[in-house]
Write a new protein. Structure first.
Length: 157
């Protein structure tokens, strides 16, 4: 090899080594964007999901059955079906995976002559159960806020 060829090879090798050695000094890519914050838990999740709703409905129905102010409205009820329907409704309206497929509340309660005080007694029985299960005030208010508007579909229809 001629000295000129050696010189060219040395220059090429020098540039190559310099480029390789300096590569890590290049600006690193920006860090990935932070993940978006997780979606807030649904009321269904905060209540404890299906098992908690089933337990609350069981206790609530027992409260209603023992409540002389309103138990007459449930004397002929198919209690297992009633519980199943209540669980499905609460599960659905709180953001759970269930779907209530029964008739509308106005149809179910038609002709029962339910008064505001009867509805209020039912709500009191539900609140008693929610307290028994130590449901936090925020979740109680949220649940009652969802169920409260049903009054117009139940009272006096």
């Amino acid at each position: 090899m001629t000295p000129m060829l050696w010189f060219r090879l040395a220059v090429i090798l020098g540039f190559t080594l310099t480029a390789v050695a300096c590569a890590p000094m290049a600006t690193p890519p920006p860090p990935p964007a932070p993940a978006p914050p997780p979606a807030p838990a649904s009321l269904y999740q905060r209540l404890g999901g299906q098992p908690a709703i089933v337990a609350v409905v069981d206790d609530f129905v027992a409260n209603v059955a023992a409540d002389r102010r309103i138990n007459r409205f449930f004397r002929r009820a198919n209690v297992p079906h009633l519980k199943e329907s209540l669980v499905a409704q609460v599960c659905q309206v709180t953001g759970g995976p269930c779907s209530y497929s029964g008739p509308p509340m106005r149809v179910v309660h038609h002709g029962m002559r339910i008064r505001n005080r009867d509805f209020d007694a039912l709500v009191q029985d539900l609140v008693k159960t929610l307290h028994k299960f130590n449901v936090p005030a925020r979740e109680q208010q949220e649940l009652l806020g969802i169920l409260g508007p049903l009054r117009t579909e139940i009272v006096g229809v």
